[in-house]
Ligand binder design. Structure first.
Ligand code: SF4
Length: 228
């Protein structure tokens, strides 16, 4: 297991202004700069991963690193895979402590946007590191809860977290009783090598989603549930 608990984060101010739809010359620009002065010194994205091997497979279960996951799509995606990389990445809980929860809505929105950018930095750092260290070609990943309950139920966050031990102590990410992560800008999943890119969006029928990364593919959905 490797932990990155202080990933370098340099916020691109132009990207931030664009994401919060604020002009550099606007009145709000000064308030954002003030927020950045509070946030920048403490921002510290984090990530954790481990290398695990597939120990056994059934029709819809796969045992990874001593933990059994029950999910047909994951099982099929790992059909020809021997080694996987479970991971958790986060913007870091320091950012949650920079402003009061009772602060006004717009400052909450700005902070949430900054947290999202910190998380993106953490995820990119981890992905680049894994590719370099393990000479990985193409990779894809799956996450409990991504794409809806039918795809990989969010309850299996519990098994995923159990691979690492006390994640809150390690990188400050807490799992709630409803299996959501705190800080909210955190992601978890299992990364695996693959020549054919997989996106949960391909199996997700949601009609309107600003975050869609690939078109829905009904035939692909059906292909996962054939006997094999
Ligand atoms: S389409 Fe949207 S909701 Fe569905 S898996 Fe992709 S990002 Fe998630």
């Amino acid at each position: 297991m490797e932990i990155f608990d202080n990933i370098p984060f340099r916020l691109d101010i132009d990207t931030l202004f664009s994401r919060v739809h604020i002009g550099k010359e606007s009145e709000d620009a000064k308030d954002i700069q003030d927020l950045l002065e509070i946030v920048s010194p403490v921002a510290s994205p984090k990530a954790i991963y481990k290398v695990c091997y597939i120990q056994s497979k059934d029709y819809d279960t796969v045992k990874v690193g001593g933990v059994t996951f029950s999910n047909r799509v994951l099982r099929v995606n790992l059909d020809k895979v021997e080694r996987v990389f479970p991971y958790i990445a986060t913007c870091g809980r320091e950012l949650d402590e920079t402003i009061s929860p009772s602060d006004d809505f717009i400052r909450q929105f700005w902070l949430d946007t900054i947290k999202g950018m910190a998380l993106e930095t953490g995820v990119k750092y981890l992905k680049d590191y894994l590719k370099r260290k393990y000479a990985l070609g193409g990779t894809s990943s799956m996450a409990p809860g991504a794409g809806g309950q039918d795809l990989w139920p969010i309850e299996q966050q519990k098994q995923l977290f159990s691979l690492f031990g006390n994640v809150e102590d390690l990188i400050g990410v807490k799992l709630t009783d409803s299996f959501l992560m705190i800080p909210n800008k955190s992601v978890s999943g299992i990364s695996f090598p693959t020549k054919i890119r997989f996106e949960s969006c391909q199996l997700c029928a949601r009609r309107i989603c600003a975050g869609r990364r690939a078109p829905y593919d009904k035939n692909l959905v059906e292909s996962y549930y054939k006997e094999g």
